[in-house]
Structure formats: C-alpha cells, structure tokens
Design a protein around this ligand. Structure first.
Ligand SMILES: [Zn+2]
Length: 325
C-alpha cells in the first residue's frame, strides 16, 4: 500500500526557467491510473514528460480558483479529447470552477467534449470523492480566496489468506482455499466449518497523503494530518521575507508548515510552491531553497523533501518517503 506523487509544477504565482506553475500527479504505487491536483498553465506540456497520460486520468481536484492553479485546464481538456478520451472525467473544485471551464471551452469553439465532465463542489461539507482506490476529502484552508487541501486515503483491498492458519485448521490446499479467498465459509470433511475471518491476514494499513492548496495557516490541517503519512504543502516565502512583506499574500513559511506537521505527528513532509526568487544554487548571501529546507528542519525532525518539477516520491503506510527515479 503506497502513494506516489510526481510534481508537474512547483513555482508560486509565475513560472521560472526551472519551475512551472502548480500541478501534481498522485497515483497508487506504480499504477498508471492517476489523479491531478491543480492544473496551472502548460501542465499538459509537463505531463508529456511523465509516465501519465490524460486517458488514464481518474479525477482532477482544484484547490482554489487562482490562475496559476487553473489556467492549464482548458488546454488539458481539449487535448484529452483530441487524444481520444471518451470516459467521463470528474472535476472537483470550489465555486466558479464549472463556470470557468465551460466559458473557456466555449470561447475556444468547444460546445461539448467527447467525454462527459462531471463537476463536484469541494467547498461543501458533504464533499467526498470515492472510487476503487481512494477516498478523497477536502479540508478548508486560509487564503485570499476559498482554498482546500485534498486528503487521499487509500482503500485497502488486500484480503490475503494466512497459510499457517489454513494449515493449523486442516484446510487442504485447493478449491477450498479459493472459496475462502472469495469470502465464502467452507465445510471440511470432518464436518467443521471454517469462515474467511478465521484464515485472513490482518489488513495492511492504508496510506494517507494530504496535498495542500495555498494557505497561510497550516495548523488548520491538524485533524486531517493526524494519521497522515505525507503532507505536501506550500512554503512560498522564508520567514525573513514574510516579515518584510507582511501577511497580505496569505502564504506559509517553511517554519509554520514544519511546526504544524510536527505537532500533528505527520510522517513525512514535502514542501513546494516556492517563490521564483529562491534558487537551488543562490548567489553568495542570498536565500535559496536550502534556506527554506533548513527553516522547516529546525522545527520538524521527520524526512523533508523540497519539490522540483518532475521530482517523484513514494510513501508506504507508516514508512519514509523514497525518491522514485
Ligand atoms: Zn498559488
């Protein structure tokens, strides 16, 4: 049971040479079925360089209605239709998403796509998206417009037989094992009945990841983070910069995110959505990506990764993030 995240864009507000605006692909382990969180402009170009394609896209979750998180949608949807998609696609987002998508497609002479768009509001208390692999819920954040984090909780399908228990109960290898695997009780030659519950392994723990939207109060995710294996959160500005420019942009510093993650006991942290001023190799005396990482590491002792475009990590329930190359 594991979740894999691939960053399609990691820059705040506007693209840089190294970083596109925000988007993330999430999948169950190495599955090619995937989910998108946010879709900044040119996300479809980024997608071409990954293992994912629009035909296997299961759902899009939009965290908030700011251009750097949504301007890639019309192009992505138009290209999905040209690539032959026919399967319906669910778009989850706050108020305004449906009107924006419909108007922008219409403005490009697309009255109707060859696949159905299903819009679901994620800014309502009853929002949940569920399919065979995940239950996805939305958690309210604090930003200049309504903004939400998505919590992805894997659904555990594993129902493996415990062979030592089968042997101990004297169930002979063969068709009876198959019936137990199908959740049927079976009767042995000696008249004893064996139920599936007696011979199944305990279920594997499900993996939980939270993908935040723009937010200046990461502590709002305390409850959602309680059992989470991974938090992906924005860290747009360093502490020094935020003190200089004030709180009006309503973004988080790495220190704020680190404190909230530490208090909730979340297993792993990936920071993303960095202001374009932070470079991987900054000039002497300038703050860079390492400055941001260090600010989080001062208050959070778990594994911390700094997202880059196309960087990819996988986390197992209860485990540490591992880079996927
Ligand atoms: Zn943003």
């Amino acid at each position: 049971m594991s979740i894999r995240v691939t960053f399609l864009g990691t820059s705040a507000g506007l693209p840089t040479i190294q970083r596109n605006v925000t988007s993330l692909a999430l999948a169950k382990g190495d599955s090619r079925d995937w989910y998108m969180v946010d879709c900044g402009e040119a996300t479809q170009h980024q997608l071409l360089k990954t293992r994912y394609c629009t035909s296997r896209l299961q759902m899009i979750f939009i965290t908030h209605m700011h251009g750097d998180h949504i301007y890639g949608l019309p192009g992505l949807l138009a290209s999905a239709s040209m690539a032959g998609r026919t399967q319906p696609l669910t778009l989850c987002g706050p108020e305004g998403l449906e009107a924006y998508v419909v108007a922008s497609l219409l403005g490009g002479d697309i009255n109707e796509l060859p696949f159905k768009l299903i819009f679901k509001r994620n800014d309502t208390s009853e929002f949940t998206f569920r399919d065979d692999d995940f239950v996805i819920t939305a958690h309210e954040l604090s930003h200049r417009v309504p903004s939400f984090a998505a919590q992805f909780r894997e659904i555990n399908h594993s129902s493996k037989l415990d062979t030592s228990k089968l042997q101990a109960l004297g169930v002979p290898r063969g068709p009876l094992w198959g019936r137990l695997q199908q959740a049927e009780s079976v009767t042995l030659d000696d008249g004893c009945t064996v139920s599936p519950q007696q011979v199944m392994q305990p279920p594997e723990k499900e993996c939980i990841a939270i993908i935040g939207g723009d937010n200046d109060r990461p502590e709002l995710l305390a409850e959602a983070m309680r059992d989470a294996d991974l938090l992906v959160h924005e860290a747009s500005f360093s502490k020094a910069l935020r003190e200089r420019i004030g709180p009006e942009y309503m973004h988080s510093t790495p220190e704020q995110v680190g404190i909230a993650a530490a208090e909730a006991g979340v297993g792993n942290l990936i920071l993303t959505h960095f202001s374009g001023r932070y470079q991987k190799n900054p000039k002497q005396g300038e703050e860079g990506i390492e400055t941001l990482r260090q600010e989080a590491a001062n208050v959070y002792s778990g594994p911390i990764a700094m997202a880059e475009d196309f960087s990819c990590w996988e986390v197992k329930a209860g485990g540490e993030i591992e880079p996927v190359t």
